[in-house]
Design a protein around this ligand. Structure first.
Ligand code: TXA
Ligand code: MG
Length: 347
């Protein structure tokens, strides 16, 4: 199959029309969103959705997120509640996914047999315009091959999906850079399953009862069933061994300089550390305090690390608080919990 790539904006009617037709015909289309690129299919078409799992090599027990154009479109596919609309008022459209009990129109293949469905209303103008034009809910996981970092540029999608899907809409680099915040809700309670740009503090402004699922920060215990199937898969793992250094306990610069002398390694350092290190395989992440930039560059740099062909990658252990929790969650899984130094240290 030939994979076409088109630069697309909100008013690229011809291209959006073509994409909407393909989706209605049961084909897959890669779509830019504000978080990461999604691999979209008609969420009401079981066979189209099964093709998502094939193209990604995704385990069939990992459910998909369904994307809608307006928060109230959730009524067609799920049983909403008061808290859903409080959250929608504040965070939709935007990088928040809410899990609710599902209605029968959503095929069980989409939700991997679960009786709940994950719903998201993206704010990206191309994604939003396309969902409206297609007139159907769009099931879309991140558009990477399973196990690779999520794609934040059309080139990343092309690298993973060339020959497997007919169309990639190129909407430029994604704003946020990591996937949406995923929460499960009841009438008066929020459980955070995956941290993203909508932070715990932001959720607390809407509902005082927010808890964080254990697997967000910790390894799953053997035999434990996660609240979200995606939590159990090794994700975002670069080919090289990634080590996180807790710089409260280890002098990052001294440690890494020694490694640079003896190992084939890459270093994800803060911008202000560039001049303190040997200028070899450095992957600057942004300034220490610039969490937004670090988030936006995270998956880009993990993909670059792969291309360098090094044996190891060293990076700072991110803070697990505030906006940084999303980076912490992705990095801790990318490194398979290999943390050097400190109370978490295993190395
Ligand atoms: O930002 C995003 O959320 C992107 C863009 C494309 O919207 N999508 C995305 O989808 O990251 P995906 O499939 O890569 O991640 C969805 C996560 C998985 O960890 C999955 O297990 C979880 O959401 N999930 C989906 N439906 C669920 C459900 N009914 N119950 C629990 N977890 C669910
Ligand atoms: Mg994904």
């Amino acid at each position: 199959m030939v994979t076409e790539v088109f630069k697309t904006e909100r008013d690229s009617y011809d291209i959006l029309n073509k994409a909407a037709r393909l989706l209605n015909d049961g084909a897959l289309v890669a779509i830019p969103t504000e978080t990461v690129y999604g691999l979209g299919a008609n969420a009401l078409n079981k066979d189209a959705c099964l093709n998502i799992f094939k193209a990604k090599g995704r385990p069939s027990d990992n459910p998909l997120i369904v994307h809608i154009a307006e928060p109230s479109d959730a009524e067609k596919i799920a049983f909403t509640n008061h808290l859903y609309y409080l959250l929608a008022d504040k965070f939709m459209p935007g990088p928040l996914t809410v899990i609710l009990p599902k209605k029968a129109v959503i095929p069980s293949e989409v939700t991997a047999g679960l009786d709940s469905v994950a719903i998201r209303c993206p704010v990206h103008p191309v994604a939003n315009a396309l969902i409206k034009m297609a007139g159907i809910p769009i099931a879309a996981p991140s558009a990477n091959s399973s196990g690779k970092p999520s794609p934040t540029t059309a080139q990343h999608v092309y690298d993973d999906m060339n020959g497997k899907i007919p169309l990639i809409l190129d909407g430029g680099e994604c704003d946020v850079g990591v996937e949406s915040t995923v929460i499960k809700i009841t009438d008066n309670e929020i459980v955070l399953l995956r941290p993203g740009a909508v932070t715990v503090n932001m959720l607390l402004e809407v509902c005082p009862n927010v808890s964080i699922a254990g697997a967000v920060k910790e390894e799953l215990k053997s035999g434990e069933t996660p609240l979200s199937p995606g939590m159990k898969y090794k994700h975002y793992a670069p080919t090289a061994d990634l080590y996180l250094i807790d710089d409260k306990y280890i002098n990052f610069i001294e440690f890494v300089k020694e490694k640079q002398k003896t190992e084939s390694c890459a270093v994800m350092c803060y911008d202000e550390e560039i001049e303190l290190l040997e200028n070899k395989n450095l992957l600057p992440v942004g300034n220490r305090g610039d969490i937004k930039k670090q988030t936006k560059k995270l998956f880009i740099l993990l993909r670059e690390a792969d291309k360098l062909g090094v044996d190891t990658v060293y990076a700072h252990l991110p803070s697990d608080e505030g906006e940084s929790l999303a980076i912490y969650n992705r990095m801790i899984r990318a490194c398979a919990h290999r943390v050097l130094g400190g109370i978490n240290g295993k190395g």
